[in-house]
Design a protein around this ligand. Structure first.
Ligand SMILES: C[S@@+](CC[C@H](N)C(=O)[O-])C[C@H]1O[C@@H](n2cnc3c(N)ncnc32)[C@H](O)[C@@H]1O
Length: 208
C-alpha cells in the first residue's frame, strides 16, 4: 500500500505512523508545504528527542518538502499507475492565519483544493482522509460536514467533476488503521490544544 501524508509540518505524525506495528509493508511519502529551513524552525517546538531530529528518508519512507497539497500533480508528475497512492492523509488542515484571515472559509477552500488535485495521483478507488479534532469549531468542519451530508443523501458528492463517496470514522469507536497518538500542531508549531491526533476522519473515496 502507498500512503501520501500531506500538511505534516513537523513530520511527527508520519514518523509515528511509520513506526506503528503492522505498518512495515506500507510505503509512506511524508510531506509538508514548509521548506527545509521552516521545518528546522518548527522542530524547536518538539520535545521528544527522537522526533526532534530532522526527518530523513529511508526504505519505505520518503520525505519531501515544499509540497502544496492542492497541486499534487506538479509535485508528483508522470506517476506510473503502480506508484499512484492508495490513501492521502491530511490531519487538521488549516489555511491562513487566525485573527488575520477568514480561516474557516480558506480551510474549506483548501479541502476542496486537495480533493480537486487528488484524482491525478490516486489509484482507482483511492481515498483522501481529512482528520479533525472533536471541537465543534474545528477548521474546515462545515465544509467536510457539507460534503458528508450530500454524500449521505445522494450517494456521492461532486468536486470539480469527480464523484466521491464520503464516510465518517470516529477513532474512539471505530477501527482506523492510520490512527496514532502524536502531539498535533498548529501551523506555527505550537500544540493544538491537547490533541493527540484527530478524533474524526472524513474519508472521501474516489468513485470511477
Ligand atoms: C493546524 S496545522 C496541522 C499540522 C499537522 N498536520 C498536525 O496535525 O499536527 C495545519 C497545516 O496545514 C498546512 N497547509 C496549509 N495549506 C497547505 C497546502 N496548500 N498544502 C499543504 N499543507 C498545507 C500548514 O502548513 C500546516 O502545517
Amino acid at each position: 500500500m502507498r500512503v501520501l501524508v500531506v500538511g505534516d509540518n513537523t513530520f511527527e505524525y508520519s514518523r509515528t505512523l511509520r513506526d506503528k506495528p503492522g505498518m512495515e509493508g506500507t510505503h509512506i511519502t511524508a510531506t509538508g508545504i514548509e521548506s527545509k529551513e521552516e521545518v528546522e524552525d518548527l522542530l524547536k517546538n518538539v520535545n521528544d528527542s527522537k522526533l526532534k531530529k530532522f526527518p530523513s528518508s529511508q526504505e519505505n519512507f520518503e520525505v519531501r518538502h515544499g509540497v502544496n497539497a492542492t497541486r499534487l500533480q506538479e509535485n508528483f508528475p508522470n506517476l506510473r499507475e503502480e506508484n499512484k497512492f492508495d490513501k492521502i492523509i491530511f490531519n487538521n488542515p488549516q489555511a491562513g492565519k487566525k485573527g488575520v484571515d477568514d480561516v474557516d472559509l480558506k480551510t474549506g477552500n483548501l479541502i476542496d483544493g486537495v480533493l480537486t488535485s487528488s484524482p491525478q495521483v490516486l489509484q482507482q478507488g483511492g481515498e483522501v482522509h481529512f482528520g479533525v479534532t472533536s471541537s465543534t469549531r474545528a477548521l474546515g468542519l462545515l465544509k467536510l460536514q457539507d460534503h458528508y451530508q450530500t454524500s449521505q443523501e445522494q450517494g456521492f458528492t461532486e468536486i470539480a467533476g469527480r464523484k466521491f463517496e464520503v464516510r465518517l470514522v470516529d477513532t474512539k469507536r471505530d477501527e482506523y488503521e492510520f490512527s496514532v497518538k502524536y502531539p498535533a500542531r498548529r501551523t506555527e508549531g505550537t500544540k493544538l490544544r491537547n490533541s493527540q491526533g484527530p478524533s474524526y476522519y472524513y474519508i472521501f473515496k474516489l468513485l470511477a
